[in-house]
Write a protein that binds this ligand. Structure first.
Ligand code: MG
Length: 367
């Protein structure tokens, strides 16, 4: 029996993780749950479990409650489904406590990749992000030296095919209407700007130890191929499956085994075709800023991510336009004095600076 803590249980990934776990009551039990401020839903989730879990509300208990869950003696596994770089300390704490980490919180790897790898040591981090779960599966049993490149697929989001000029007028409602995936609001906006793919490139760099020049992004609007690995002999191994996060969530839980399909199967005859195209870096420049930040290293990825969190929050609050998000990222990234990312304190200081810089840029130029 595996004992699991879910950080961010009221979010999209957290709720789907509870769905998957409920299918296997003899194999998994939930011993801890955290939510930010949805106290009613958290209480309801706790009440449906066979044994009441320890719960914490971060809007009330802060980070201390989260870190306590990460260290919980009766837990062997932590699912980090928090949103944003607030997830970094819980990621580090879980690894330091020797817990198996199932990671949906990509921002903790983006912001603190080197610290996370150091804390993990030889422990394997199991990705929940669908593209990284796909890569993880395509890499199984292969010699890492034989990998030529990782190819991460992107749906292209709701604005695929639009020009930079057309994007300046799009609304929040349009940005939240993702054509393929059901996800939380922050990641849905990130998909619309292509920043989500940028964060995923950095995430893949750290998870799989791959240089940035060997990580490609290809737009694949059907979202059936979740990512691919090209090997030195020209063979390409891809992962296909339903467009449903319960698949990678379940795989992370059951790895290295598999259990029955949690979300149906795909029908290739009905799909009939799979399309691929190059990302439009002119209309969606956020992806290239992520490559730039990743190659720069140090505090640059954390700064880019923090500026993005601030700009997305501003867009969701109606305080700036859609195109301002990427323009703000460019300003913050290019005005940052990069430091080595050698402690969480250094990263958090850089993030504070980035949020302030983003806020003043948006105040001056937004709208
Ligand atoms: Mg993803």
């Amino acid at each position: 029996m595996r004992s699991i803590v879910i950080l961010g249980s009221t979010g999209s990934i957290g709720q789907q993780a509870l769905d998957v776990i409920a299918r296997y009551p003899d194999e998994y039990r939930v011993v801890g749950l955290s939510a930010h401020n949805q106290a009613d839903l958290l209480a309801k989730q706790a009440a449906t479990l066979p044994v009441p879990p320890l719960t914490t509300l971060t809007s009330r208990d802060g980070l201390a409650g989260l870190l306590e869950l990460c260290r919980l003696d009766e837990a062997d596994t932590v699912i980090n489904a928090l949103v944003g770089s607030i997830g970094l300390r819980p990621t580090l704490e879980s690894l330091q406590a020797g817990k198996k980490l199932l990671l949906a919180n990509k921002e903790s790897l983006v912001a603190g990749g080197e610290l996370v790898l150091a804390a993990a040591g030889k422990q394997e981090i199991i990705p929940i992000d669908s593209e990284h779960s796909a890569l993880f599966q395509c890499l199984r049993g292969e010699d890492p030296a034989d990998v030529a490149k990782l190819i991460i697929t992107a749906s292209g989001g709701p604005f695929r095919g639009r020009s930079r000029t057309e994007l300046s007028a799009v609304t929040l409602t349009e940005a939240l209407a993702h054509p393929r995936w059901t996800m939380g609001p922050k990641i849905t906006i990130d998909s619309a700007t292509m920043m989500n793919k940028g964060l995923e490139v950095i995430e893949a760099h750290y998870l799989f130890g791959m240089p940035y020049e060997n990580i490609d992004v290809v737009v694949h609007p059907q979202s059936i191929v979740h990512s691919l690995v090209e090997y030195v002999d020209g063979s390409v191994i891809g992962h296909l499956g339903p467009t449903d996060m319960r698949v990678p969530i379940q795989y992370a839980l059951t790895y290295p085994r598999r259990q029955t399909a949690p979300a149906g199967t795909i029908n290739l005859i009905e799909l009939a075709r799979l399309d691929f195209e190059a990302p439009d870096n002119e209309a969606f420049p956020a992806l290239s800023y992520a490559y730039q930040a990743g190659r720069t290293g140090g505090t640059a990825p954390a700064v880019l991510n923090a500026a993005n969190e601030a700009a997305v929050a501003a867009f969701r609050a109606g305080a700036c336009g859609f195109s301002d998000i990427a323009d703000c990222l460019e300003d913050v990234l290019n005005s940052h004095s990069v430091l080595p990312a050698d402690s969480v304190d250094v990263l958090e200081e850089a993030e504070r600076w980035a949020r302030e810089r983003a806020a003043s840029w948006l105040a001056a130029w937004g709208n």
